[in-house]
Design a protein around this ligand. Structure first.
Ligand SMILES: C[S@@+](CC[C@H](N)C(=O)[O-])C[C@H]1O[C@@H](n2cnc3c(N)ncnc32)[C@H](O)[C@@H]1O
Length: 382
């Protein structure tokens, strides 16, 4: 590996360890777990692979400069000390995202305007022309991170967030983020070796991510664009070879993936999201989880049931009790995984979890529990 460069992959709370493992599998060096992020080193090819393959990364950022600043003048000078013409041309467009945790700088918008001024002034001085701002689809997305007086400037090699896999066209009120869904499947250790099902599938995100994992299809296969493709050092031949290498590593599914939901409109929507060939093996149908046994044995059941916002308290507790009863009755031989933000309700499943994770679904802190449903599975209180 030549020209090692530091990168930072951002992720969701609770998925850091999974991301570390994904980076190890890709051959990244000096991997370090951070809070909702993992730093690593690699060459350009590794950064391209990371963008294409990582299922639990939201963005891959390339730090280009670190400096200290205690006031706006020092900050402006720090941004100006970067030779921006190495990263963009006057005809390019750019956008700046800021994250600020600092007593020295309190308004992130103000930091963003100051950074923009520093860049634009540098171009005006040297070229009499300046790149313009495009917040939606810039050729260069810049992140400025300030923690107290420590400022880091990073380039976003992903562009739009990597959870945008470009396969989902239809969503409902509560779809789960693709990165979270993929992280849940990876946490379960399912890689395609047994049947997989989500019997409260909603838009079908969990089963779609499972289908990609089961067939070893890279997470970013269907995306049209990554940030690094509009960078000045973009290597199209290298990118094509990395895409081809990923395609050659795909494999067929050997076990069924099943998705059901009680609402027929939701089932239609899930079907609408599964038009790509990668999803054609997913068997989607309308079913009430409480009244149906699975068609296949010894599978993995993963569900994101309603959390109860639209339910009466007693009803949601009873709903989760029925989930536990149905698992015990119909899913013997399965491993079951449930994610929920309703801590009281999840206890009502009435089974002892064999694994427990803490995750976030958007802003909601969630439990992600595993239940082993072997014959004679003991109830929690027995
Ligand atoms: C929170 S949503 C699932 C969201 C899904 N993970 C996604 O990404 O779109 C919960 C789903 O459970 C379904 N549901 C509720 N009761 C059900 C039952 N008895 N049987 C099957 N599905 C049910 C709802 O129709 C809803 O689509």
């Amino acid at each position: 590996m030549e020209n090692l460069q530091e990168y930072i992959a951002r992720t969701l709370f609770g998925l850091e360890d999974v991301l570390v493992k994904e980076l190890e599998d890709l051959g990244a060096k000096n991997i370090q777990k951070l809070k909702r992020a993992v730093s690593f080193e690699g060459d350009k090819a590794l950064m391209y692979r990371a963008n294409l393959h990582l299922r639990t990364a939201l963005r891959i950022l390339k730090p280009i400069h670190r400096f200290e600043a205690r006031n706006e003048h020092q900050f402006y000078r720090g941004i100006q000390s970067i030779n921006w013409s190495k990263h963009m041309d006057k005809r390019d467009t750019f956008a700046i995202d800021t994250t600020v945790y600092s007593d020295y700088f309190t308004h992130s918008k103000y930091v963003m305007y100051k950074a923009k001024d520093a860049i634009v002034d540098q171009f005006r001085k040297h070229f009499h022309e300046r790149p313009s701002i495009d917040v939606d689809a810039p050729t260069l997305r810049i992140h400025v991170h300030i923690s107290e007086r420590d400022c880091t400037v990073l380039l976003d090699s992903s562009g739009s967030s990597l959870h945008k896999r470009a396969y989902r066209t239809k969503t409902h009120r509560a779809p789960i983020n693709e990165v979270l869904a993929a992280g849940m499947v990876l946490l379960s250790d399912w890689r395609g070796e047994r049947p997989f099902c989500d019997m409260m599938c909603g838009a079908g995100t969990i089963v779609c991510e499972a289908a990609l994992i089961g067939q070893n299809i890279a997470a970013g296969t269907y995306r049209k664009q990554f940030g690094f493709q509009t960078w000045q050092d973009y290597d199209h031949t290298l990118w094509r070879s990395i895409q081809e290498e990923a395609k050659a590593a795909e494999r067929p599914l050997e076990h069924p993936i099943v998705a059901t939901d009680i609402a027929s409109k939701t089932v239609d929507m899930a079907r609408g999201n599964m038009i790509l060939p990668a999803f054609e093996e997913i068997r989607v149908s309308r079913k009430d989880f409480f009244k149906n046994s699975p068609k296949y044995e010894n599978g993995v059941l993963m569900m994101n049931p309603p959390y109860g916002e639209r339910y009466h308290e007693d009803d949601i507790l009873d709903f989760y009790k029925k989930i536990g009863d149905s698992m015990k009755k119909y899913y013997v031989g399965y491993e079951a995984w449930i994610i929920s933000s309703n801590k009281q309700a999840i206890k009502n499943i009435g089974l002892r979890p064999s694994k427990k994770y803490q995750l976030f679904n958007g802003r909601l802190e969630c439990k992600f529990h595993k239940y082993d449903l072997y014959k004679g599975t003991k109830d929690k209180d027995k």
